[in-house]
Design a protein. Sequence first.
Length: 338
Amino acid sequence: MDNKNQRRVVVRKKRKLKKRAYFILVPLLLAFVGVAVYATYLYTKADSVLSESYEDDGIEKSELRESKVDPSVDNVSILIMGVDSSDIRKNADNARTDTLMVATLNKDDKSVKLLSIPRDSYVYIPEVGYETKINHAHAYGGTQAARDTVENLLDIPIDYYVKVNFEAFIDVVNAVDGINVEVPYELKEQNSADEANAIHLLPGKQKLDGEEALALARTRKLDNDIERGKRQQDIIKAVIKKAVSLDSILKYDDIIEAVGSNMTTNMTFSEMKSFISYGTEGKNINFETMTLEGHDYQPSGSYYWQLDQEALLETQNKLKQHLDITDINSTNSVQFNN
C-alpha cells in the first residue's frame, strides 16, 4: 500500500473514532445539561416556595443563647409542631398541637436526636401561668407560647421552629409515592375530612398513602400517647428515607410544593440549606429517637401524662450534651405534681 492509501486509511479510522466519541459524549453532555437544568430549577423553586413559608417572629435568638446561632457551624434545635388544623376545620390560629417534637442537630458528627413530647404531658405553660396539657400551649398563645413552654420544660434553647398542618403530612407522603411502615394492629380511624372510620388498616408491614399514614400517626385507641409518639417518629424517618432515595429525585418538585404550601417557620431558605449535609454524609441519617417517660395522672377525672422528674433531667442533660451546651444559667424551674 502506497503512502497515499495509508493516509486515507488513517483518516477513515480517525473519522470512525470521532463518530464513536460523539455517540458517547453527546448523550453524556445532554444528561449533564439536563441534570444541571433540573437542579437549577429545583433550587429556584425551593428558594421561592420555602421563602414564602418564612415568618419573621421578631426574635433574634433564644433567651438561653448568648448569641444568635448559625446552623452552618453551630449545633441547633428545632421545635416541630404538627398542628391539628385543616381547611375543613378553619382553626389554624387557635389549634392545639397534635404532634410536638424537638430535634437537636450536632454539626460535628451529623447526628440528629428526635424527642417526642406526649401531647397530654402535664407541664407549666408560661403563657397562662399554670400547669395543664402541653398541647394546649399553642391554642393559648400560638407559636411563641408553645416555644416558651418547651424551653421551660427541657431547659434548652429552641432556635428554630417548623409548624405544619395535616394537609402537609398527607401531601408529602403522597409526593414520595407512599411510605413503607409497620402497622401494629387493625385500626379504623377518621380521615382528614373528619369522616369517622374512613381509614381501615390491617396489621403488618405495608405501603401507606398520605391519608393512611396520617391515620396511623393520629390513632391511639388501642395503646397510648407514648406508642403514638414512637409511630410518628417511625413515620418521619420513613418519609425522610424515601425522600433522600434516588427513586424520589424526580419527585422533589412535588415534595417542595407540598412542604412549602403547608408550613410556617422562622428559618430562612439560606439557613435551611445548612441542614443538607446531614442527609449527604452517608446512606442513612444518624437518627436517635427519644420520648419522655412518665405515668398516668388523673386528678378530678381529667387525664394527663405526669412526667418522671429524674428521667426528664436525664433527657435535658442528653440534649444539652448533644447541643454542646455545658452550662446554662437558666432560671427556669420545672414543676411537678404528685
